[in-house]
Design a protein around this ligand. Structure first.
Ligand code: CA
Length: 254
């Protein structure tokens, strides 16, 4: 029992460290509703960037014997417009993506795309369809977030996420980098001196440590100051008590 729980927990943790995950619904809906479903519960309708991703998606979705199949996140608004993926606005279409005789734009109203997930020769191929038809949404959930990469852009690939670091930064999460302390441009003044102090180049780690050091020093100063004030206040109270003890009480005359 314990081992089962550990195994399940392990699987969940492993999944969370990988790239995006695919999801679907057993309910059918039109393309707009499908997108709404995906953005509500996951990230968006699936975006496919190459044939490998297309194949991987098909391998993860349950097979269907017949229509309805799955909506994917590529669409266009008019007959002449370019097919565009939601989310990243990519216009990628592989050489073998469309099923035979597709996209046929039947009745000139087929501006959305379904993917066949069946056993037939069209498995994994696309078909342009009328957006108002009901199909299963195929969604993806991104793993990259704002904190994935410290100084860089997070890129998701199948079963992996990669940080594309900004210039000057390195590390799995682009956590190692350097920081300019001072002015990035100095001018030579008429006096023959530079317009400011010479800048230095320091690592983020050193800058953070220096900052933490300043914080610790400030805290120490604050404690000392408070202690000194407290001590002064106590002394004053003692002096006042001594004075009161020496002074005789004033007599009340009737
Ligand atoms: Ca079609």
């Amino acid at each position: 029992m314990t081992w089962s729980i550990l195994f399940i927990l392990g699987s969940l943790l492993t999944d969370s460290a990988l790239g995006w995950t695919y999801h679907y619904s057993n309910n059918t809906m039109n393309w707009t509703q499908a997108r709404q479903y995906c953005t509500t519960y996951y990230t968006d309708l699936v975006v496919i960037q190459n044939q490998r991703e297309n194949d991987y998606l098909v391998s993860t979705l349950p097979e269907k014997n017949k229509s309805p199949y799955y909506w994917i996140g590529i669409t266009k608004k008019t007959r002449t417009e370019t097919w565009t993926w939601v989310g990243n606005n990519s216009t990628w279409i592989g050489n073998q993506s469309w099923a035979e005789n597709e996209p046929n734009n039947n009745h000139s109203t087929e501006f959305c795309v379904e993917i066949y997930v069946n056993k037939g020769r069209n498995r994994g191929k696309w078909n342009d369809e009328k957006c108002s038809f009901s199909k299963h949404p195929a969604c993806y959930k991104a793993q990259c977030n704002e904190t994935s990469c410290v100084r860089g852009k997070c890129q998701e690939t199948i079963e992996n996420t990669t940080c594309l670091c900004d210039p000057g930064s390195t590390g799995d999460r682009c956590e190692t980098g350097f920081l300019l302390i001072g002015s990035s441009a100095l001018t030579c003044a008429a006096t023959g001196d530079w317009s400011g102090p010479r800048p230095t180049c320091t690592s983020y780690k050193q800058a953070l440590m220096a900052l933490a050091g300043c914080g610790a020093f400030s805290t120490l100063c604050c404690i000392c100051l408070c202690w000194a004030k407290h001590r002064k206040r106590n002394k004053l109270a003692q002096v006042r008590q001594s004075e009161e003890a020496i002074t005789p009480p004033s007599e009340v005359q009737g």
